[in-house]
Write a protein that binds this ligand. Structure first.
Ligand SMILES: Cc1cc2nc3c(=O)[nH]c(=O)nc-3n(C[C@H](O)[C@H](O)[C@H](O)COP(=O)(O)O)c2cc1C
Length: 213
């Protein structure tokens, strides 16, 4: 793969950055990151992601402690607490209406898909919702990480934390789950690429496990 476009370049250049310069980053930069998250795709356009922007040093220190004292959480100038609001799944009739209004879904979706989805919502479990929430929110977070790289910023997805403590620190309500902490700042390290499993070991032809036809 010799030709490389801008997006692939940013994907390739991204690293988990764990050392940051002390300078902060601007509101404009944060807004660009949030916009890249906002535009992510999601199931039935549910958009369950919610973000708490933490700049305050004391709060970052508390988040560091809640994240098993991972230093980069406290030393990054900004930490975005990335959450998913499970209540957003109940708003799908409105989301479907919006999709129909812009012509993304046919009118008949109102009578075919919506009743079936409403029925499935009555039996869905919290763990089912969490799977959907995590998947959707991961896309938004990834958009931010790629966009951060494009802007010369570094970030690190942090998942190892005590969720109860994080929720207390930034006052997250019950039906909202924390998906990641995202420390962001100007990188003070430029690590080499981390190892990846070769493409040939993660792709199959036509059927799972079939290497080549
Ligand atoms: C879901 C998820 C959870 C992660 N949790 C942490 C974490 O708690 N702390 C940390 O320093 N890095 C964490 N990472 C970063 C990974 O260690 C990193 O992505 C991986 O080693 C590959 O390195 P790279 O991102 O530089 O390519 C996490 C990454 C993901 C996607």
């Amino acid at each position: 793969m010799n030709s490389i476009n801008e997006v692939l370049k940013s994907i390739r250049d991204r690293r988990s950055v764990r050392r940051f310069k002390p300078e902060s980053i601007s509101d404009h930069q944060i807004n660009v990151l949030l916009e890249s998250a906002r535009l992510a795709p999601s199931g039935t356009n549910s958009q369950p992601w919610r973000f708490v922007i933490v700049r305050d040093g004391n709060t970052r220190k508390k988040l560091q402690l809640a994240a098993n004292n991972q230093r980069h959480v406290g030393t990054a100038p900004v930490v975005i607490v990335c959450c998913a609001d499970l209540d957003s799944f109940a708003e799908f009739p409105q989301r479907v209406d919006e999709l129909i209004d812009v012509g993304a879904l046919p009118e008949k979706t109102r009578t075919s898909f919506v009743p079936a989805l409403k029925k499935s919502m009555t039996t869905t479990t919290k763990s089912n919702m969490l799977v959907a929430a995590a998947g959707n929110t991961a896309i938004a977070i990834t958009n931010m990480m790629i966009q951060a790289t494009e802007m010369g910023l570094g970030s690190c997805w942090v998942r190892w934390y005590d969720e109860k403590k994080v929720k207390e620190i930034v006052e997250i309500p019950d039906n909202v789950e924390v998906m990641a902490l995202l420390p962001i700042g100007i990188p003070d390290e430029h690590p080499s690429p981390r190892p990846r499993i070769p493409l040939k070991d993660i792709t199959f032809c036509e059927k799972y496990g079939v290497k080549e036809l």
